[in-house]
Design a protein around this ligand. Sequence first.
Ligand SMILES: [Zn+2]
Length: 215
Amino acid sequence: MSTPFIKNHQYNVIKKQAEFILKTLRSVADRSVLETVRYRSVLNIFEVFPNLSEDQRKMLEQVSTFETAYDFQRYLSELEQYLEPYPPITPKQIEKLFPKTKKLKVPNLQSINFRFVTYLSWMDIATNKLFIVYPFEGKFIGIEGRITPTNKKGYCLFCNRHHELAFFSVKTKPSVPSADNYAAIGHYVCLDNQVCNQSITNTAALEKFIFSARK
Ligand SMILES: [Zn+2]
């Protein structure tokens, strides 16, 4: 059995590097440029894996050896078995994270492929609310806020890629406990969280937002 060691966002890094090598293969004739790109791609991948075993290094290094789109595609699908899925979660656990929300609409968890999830997220269209559940150090953190589609494309805070955006705003704890004027933090994020989860290559911005939005 294969031991999972690749997180979704790390898999996205491998995917991105594979795409870049393929693009270079198609556009650059100079072999030395190509070799440099191949070499750098492996380094870029290693950078996001702090503790690789020798076998895992060899497996990831292979990305630099392919020639065709088919080779890359096959390689990426083979890596899928090494993906560390989002930790198991039940609708009850989700409900407990949002005690103040009555009639919480929990998403259909069976329909989600948790291998490709960095953060679990869903929208309640009736109330214009976005919910995010993020696993951190063996626990789950839940945040909720108002979501407003912008009908525009731009850079998402979480994945830093150019996608269809929505404005996500979360009320935060007032600095003075008795104060009734709440502060809020807001950012532009992907409207489609599935697209975002397939693009995110670094969790720093997402975590920073979640920690400052956490009540
Ligand atoms: Zn995004």
